[in-house]
Design a protein around this ligand. Sequence first.
Ligand SMILES: O=C(O)C(=O)C[C@]1(C(=O)O)C=C[C@@H](O)C=C1
Length: 269
Amino acid sequence: MDFMKPETVLNLDNIRQALIRMEDTIVFDLIERSQFYSSPSVYEINKFNIEGFKGSSFLDWSLIQMEKAHSQIRRYEAPDESPFFPDQILKPILPPIKYPKILAKYTDEINVNEEIKQFYVNEIVPQVSCKIGEQEENLGSVSTCDIECLQAISRRIHFGKFVAEVKYQSDKLNYIRLIKLKDVKGIEDSITNSVVENKILERLIIKGQNYGVDPSLKYSQNPQSKVKPEVIAKLYKDYIIPLTKKVEVDYLLRRLEDEDEELVKSVEV
Ligand SMILES: O=C(O)C(=O)C[C@]1(C(=O)O)C=C[C@@H](O)C=C1
C-alpha cells in the first residue's frame, strides 16, 4: 500500500496483508526481547535520577528521546504512526510531506498508546523475557528493544483506523445509524470477523514455531522455541486484537464529525 494513493490503503485485502506482514515484525521483536531478563528497573518510576524527568521511568525517558529524534525525521507525519508522547515531539527538519487525506480529521486524537504501554510492561515483558530479574549491563539494550516492540505493536493496533474507515465507507448508512444511536455493541459486532481472528491466532502459532527456533536445529530432539508460540498467540488474543477493535470503535464513534451534515440528518434511527 502507498499512503500517497488512498485507493491502495482503503482496501481491506491490502490492509489485512499489511497486518499479516506486521505479525512477522512483532514476532521477531518479541524473540529479540526474550534474550533479556525482565529488568524491572527499566519500568520503575524515578528509579534513576534523570534531571527534568521526575515521575517517569527509564523506558519513558528513552522513548521520549527516541520520539524527539524520530519526529524530526518525519516519522509522525505518516498516517500510520502514532507517538507515545504526542506533546513532546518536535517539528521535522525535513520539508513536510503532503499526504492525501485518508482518515477523518480527528485521527490523531485516537491514540491508545498509554494502554499499549501498560499491557506491554505488565503482561508481555514478564511472559516473554527469558528470566525474571535483571542484569545491570543490559538495561540500555532492554529499553531499545522495548521501544522496537512498542512501536511495532502500536503501529499494528492503530492500523485499526484504516480498517474502520474502509468498513465505514463500504456500509455508510448502517454505520451512520449505529453511530447516531451510540450503539457500541452494534458497532463492535459489525466490525468483528471471527474467522479472520482465528486465522491470525493459528498463523501466529506456526510463525512462533518457525521463527523462534534456529532453523538448523528444527529437526533435532529439542529445538527450544525462544518465545512460546502459545504466548504470542495469547497476547494477540487478549490484548492486540481487542485493542485494535477498540481503536476501530473509538474511531467510528466520532466518524460523523467528519461527515456531510445533510447525509447524517437524512438517516433515520
Ligand atoms: O481484519 C479486520 O476486519 C479487522 O477488523 C482487524 C481485526 C484484527 O485485529 O486483526 C480485528 C477485528 C476483526 O474481528 C478481525 C481482525
